[in-house]
Write a new protein. Structure first.
Lengths: 158, 779
């Protein structure tokens, strides 16, 4: 069947197989920032924004996403200027291998849109569906705190 | 934190938390991981694995699979090389037995290789796997250390052609026995003797990117392996050996990779993908599913280790004995060296013991295969060592901190173990030149609030609080074995290409190696263009393991940069009309400029002259490093936990880690190494465990059922970098990659005893085990 998706603002009409997941579709269409870590919704490396909400794209059938608006990391930065969440991840050393990073950044963008001034515990809960084996999460919590402050436009309060 | 300084000037680049050189590309999601390539005509590879723990393949029929439309190639023992090799990517000749064959006529664990299919789509490959008919002749399986030791146990490696197995008939893959002094006499003369036996579990690395390789032929017909590996040069050598290809016909490229932690120090996929590409002349993509990653890749060797200590009344150690039994699973990958390191990376910490023995065996079982895993045996060894030390403290009425202070190694001291026990052979004697462990202990003790909390058993509702601690050392590379090399060449805008064989797994080694070169060459990191881990382009490096990259590869980079600096000074001397014999003393190099007398010339001018005008040559150099010593980093680890007395659940409330890694080349990255290692260690301590059915099948091969820590599971990890200066290291640096992972098990065990008075000797410390032990104690 054919589905119509808006990926990072551009319309895509594409054939999908009945069992194909949104993860498979996006990677096939060239959005390689969307990573596969398990295929069962446990690691969160494949998270994308589906109509603005972070979802594990391995658990979404491509056919079910017909008509939806999808955002991947490729659609987050504006030309050469990074999104404040990307900038904070970079500045705080929150990226080690970078494999979980695209999904972690997207999850954070969704989270901060709903909770612009989170506590550390709220941050930890928000990214608890995104497993990272490299960092110990310390620098990511710091980065999200810093990004929240930058996006609020206020001073960077710890 | 204090900033280290070289004798002459403060560091400009080293010691600063420079951003990752690959940071922008990673944070914008550039397609640079193995599977992000797009190669036309790619075949998809799937693996058929054994449902039997121990069996002979009496018949295998692939005709139906081969006849399927879309199937390009089927591999089994019938059409693949019989060469015996080891999958362990180690220095050559490897100290691991050659007990593995691409596809064998016998399977030795549930998940062992039986066949591989390459097809036009993954779905066709899966269907073809289901069409392969295999008849097994089941054999009695060995499913525990005790079963392996039992008289009359089935022999797992009964094939005569394997080499390097210590005693195949006894299922002994490897054996170690070293001793110093007279242990029996020392125990007799000790006032206090304690003994602890601890058991660690089967655990998994779980990099978020599983093993993956994409193989293809280049325009000249050479085999290219784009692989998620920690050891590109070992991949090239071992694949060449197994497939009977000359080294020159293989190129291994490691692009960005999604974590390794040791499991990618193995050659697990490259031989199959490579052979498929050679047979079909087509690209092949082979990645493990998460389930296969759990079952068929590698694990941390589970061990049962007994530690016995003898001391005088003042808690001064006289005798120290460690006996280790390691379960290496179906193959002996890293069996000897991981076993050795359980002793060699732990026992020297307490060098006041003049009488020491380490002995043990690595045993084959019909269970998943052990391998390299961050910590590499030390993680297993520190559990009983530190528990015994706590017991000794109790027996001698000393604080756990005080007894350690009386016995731990210090700067200017050595341990006979350094010389006696190396990596599968004798080690190398050396003296500790940098050790700030005393300060690490003091800083950590203050930070956690040891005096206010230890022994107080504060309660709140069902929660009982406790604090614990442990101390650690590791190493920095393997002396006289590891080797790293670096090439630097200069460009006419005053920038440099840095080519290193070293392998960045996400650790940031590309960045810290660039920092070292930039420091010597007086330029910012942005002027270093780093290319790493491509066997066609970069010089040799053993790869990312044994905490070697900063110390060994970093030293090679420093040496290459110094050679280039000298060449720059020679050219500059002639431009500035200074006697070249005194150039090194008279000239300085800073901020991209050479200064001599009152004149300044830019690096760009220097290179342009060398390239285009006078006595033209390429400014550039290659240098190598084979270390003479392995200076250990040191760690004092502290945790505060709360134990729910009703459920047995342990919550880690605070974690403090004070580490001496020499000069931290990049402090933020050094902290990141510590934080990640400690959280991984907390996972081992509390939740992570591979479970098996009675037939040897892994029961929880998913990230849902095998629980690694998420952000909400762990407390803030407070890392304090306690700087020392290691004179043999590049810019004073030692390693930091592994040490942190060893700490959480003994630290939490110590806190658990403080909280509820039980010593748990089996990991992980699940609520069930805690509760059972608490009930056992009170009932």
């Amino acid at each position: 069947m054919k589905v119509n998706l808006i990926i990072n603002g551009a319309s895509h009409l594409t054939d999908v197989a009945p069992g194909e997941t949104l993860l498979e579709l996006l990677r096939r269409e060239g959005y390689k920032s969307v990573k596969k870590g398990c295929g069962t919704g446990d690691c969160g490396a494949c998270a994308v924004l589906l109509n603005g909400r972070a979802v594990n794209s391995c658990l979404v059938l491509a056919a079910k996403a017909d008509g939806a608006e999808v955002k991947t990391l490729e659609g987050i930065s504006d030309g050469d200027s990074l999104h404040p969440v990307q900038q904070a991840f970079l500045d705080c050393g929150a990226v080690q291998c970078g494999y979980c990073t695209p999904a972690m950044v997207l999850t954070t963008i969704d989270f901060l849109s709903r909770n612009p001034d989170p506590t550390d515990n709220e941050i930890r809960a928000a990214i608890s569906g995104n497993l990272c084996r490299c960092t110990g999460y310390e620098k990511q919590v710091e980065a999200i705190r810093q990004a929240a402050a930058a996006m609020r436009g206020g001073p960077n309060v710890a | 934190m204090s900033r280290s300084e070289t004798p002459n000037r403060p560091f400009q680049v080293v010691g600063h938390s420079e951003r990752k050189v690959d940071g922008i590309s990673l944070i914008t999601g550039q397609p640079q991981f193995v599977a992000d390539a797009d190669l036309r005509e790619t075949l998809h590879v799937r693996l058929l694995t054994s449902p039997q723990a121990h069996a002979r393949i009496s018949r295998i029929d692939t005709s139906a699979a081969e006849a399927m439309p879309g199937v390009a190639c089927v591999l089994t023992h019938k059409n693949t090389p019989e060469t015996r090799y080891t999958t362990a990517g180690q220095g050559f000749p490897e100290p691991s037995p050659y007990d593995t064959r691409m596809f064998d006529t016998k399977v030795r664990f549930v998940g062992d290789r039986v066949a591989a299919v390459a097809a036009e789509t993954p779905e066709i490959a899966d269907e073809a796997l289901r069409a392969i008919r295999v008849e097994y002749e089941p054999l009695k399986a060995v499913l525990s250390l005790d079963e392996a030791l039992a008289v009359g146990a089935p022999i797992i490696h009964d094939e005569p052609e394997s080499e390097g197995i210590y005693e195949a008939a006894g299922n002994v893959a490897a054996d170690v026995d070293i001793s110093v002094g007279d242990l029996g006499k020392a125990f007799e003369e000790s006032d206090v003797v304690v003994e602890a036996t601890c058991e660690t579990q089967y655990a998994q690395h779980t990099p978020i990117e599983t093993h993956v390789v994409w193989s293809y032929l280049d325009a000249d017909g050479r085999l290219v392996l784009r692989s998620s590996t920690q050891v590109p040069f070992h991949v090239r050598r071992i694949v060449g050996y197994v497939l009977g290809l000359p080294i020159r016909s293989i190129r291994v490229i490691k692009p960005r990779i999604g974590g390794g932690f040791g499991t990618k120090q193995e050659i697990l996929l490259e031989d199959i993908a490579g052979l498929i590409t050679l047979r079909t002349r087509r690209p092949a993509l082979f990645s493990l599913s998460r389930q296969e990653e759990f079952v068929s890749s590698r694990t941390r060797h589970p061990m049962r280790i007994r530690v016995k200590m003898g001391a005088d009344k003042e808690g001064r150690l006289h005798a120290l004995e460690m006996e280790a039994l390691s379960n290496t699973g179906a193959y002996g990958s890293h069996a000897l060296t991981v076993l050795s390191n359980a002793g060699s990376k732990t026992l020297p910490l307490y060098n006041k013991a003049a009488n020491v023995r380490f002995f043990g065996k690595a045993l084959y079982t019909n269970l998943p295969v052990g391998g390299a895993y961050r910590g590499y045996g030390a993680t297993q060894g520190y559990f009983p060592l530190e528990m015994a030390m706590d017991m000794l403290a109790e027996q001698t009425h000393l604080d756990p901190i005080e007894i350690r202070q009386r016995n731990h190694i210090r700067s200017g001291e050595t341990s006979p173990i350094f010389e006696k026990l190396g990596e599968g052979r004798e080690g190398v004697a050396f003296t500790i030149r940098s050790c700030e462990l005393e300060r690490c202990i003091e800083i950590g003790r203050e930070r956690i609030g040891w005096h206010e909390k230890r022994g107080k058993r504060r309660t709140s509702g069902p929660w009982i609080h406790g604090v614990g601690m442990s101390i650690h050392m590791q190493g920095s590379g393997i002396p006289h074995i590891d080797m790293g090399a670096a090439t630097i060449k200069m460009n006419e805008d005053g920038s440099f290409n840095l080519l290193v064989g070293a392998t960045d797994l996400g650790t940031g080694s590309d960045t810290i190696l660039a920092q070292i070169a930039a420091e010597v060459l007086g330029v910012p990191v942005s002027h270093m263009v780093v290319t790493s881990s491509d066997t066609d382009i970069t010089p040799f490096d053993v790869g990312a393991y044994a905490s070697s990259t900063t110390y060994v590869s970093g030293k090679a980079v420093e040496r290459a940069a110094n050679k280039v600096r000298e060449q720059i000074f020679n050219v500059a001397a002639s431009m500035l009309e200074i006697d070249p014999r005194t150039a090194l003393a008279e000239l300085t190099l800073d901020r991209g400029r050479v200064a001599g007398g009152k004149r300044l010339i830019s690096l760009s001018e220097v290179c342009q002259r060398a390239m285009y005008s006078n006595e033209q040559f390429q400014i550039g150099a290659t240098a190598s490093c084979v270390p003479e010593e392995s200076p250990p980093p040191f760690l004092a680890s502290f945790a505060e936990i709360a134990v729910d007395r009703e459920t047995g659940f342990i919550k880690v409330l605070r974690y403090v880690a004070a580490v001496d890694c020499g000069v931290a080349i990049n402090p933020k990255m050094a902290e990141g190494q510590m934080e990640g290692a400690i959280v991984n260690g907390i996972g081992f301590a509390l939740t992570e465990e591979m479970k098996f059915s009675s037939t040897g099948r892994v029961r929880n091969p998913s990230l849902f059922d095998y629980k690694i820590p998420c952000a909400a599971d762990v407390p803030p990890i407070e890392v304090i970098l306690v700087e020392s200066y290691e004179p043999t290291g590049p810019m004073g640096a030692k390693s930091v990659g592994e040490i942190g992972i060893n700490a959480p098990i003994p630290t939490i065990a110590s806190a658990l005893y403080d909280a509820v008075g039980i010593r748990l000797t089996k990991t992980p410390f699940t609520p069930e085990r805690v509760l059972a032990a608490m009930n056992g104690r009170t009932s």
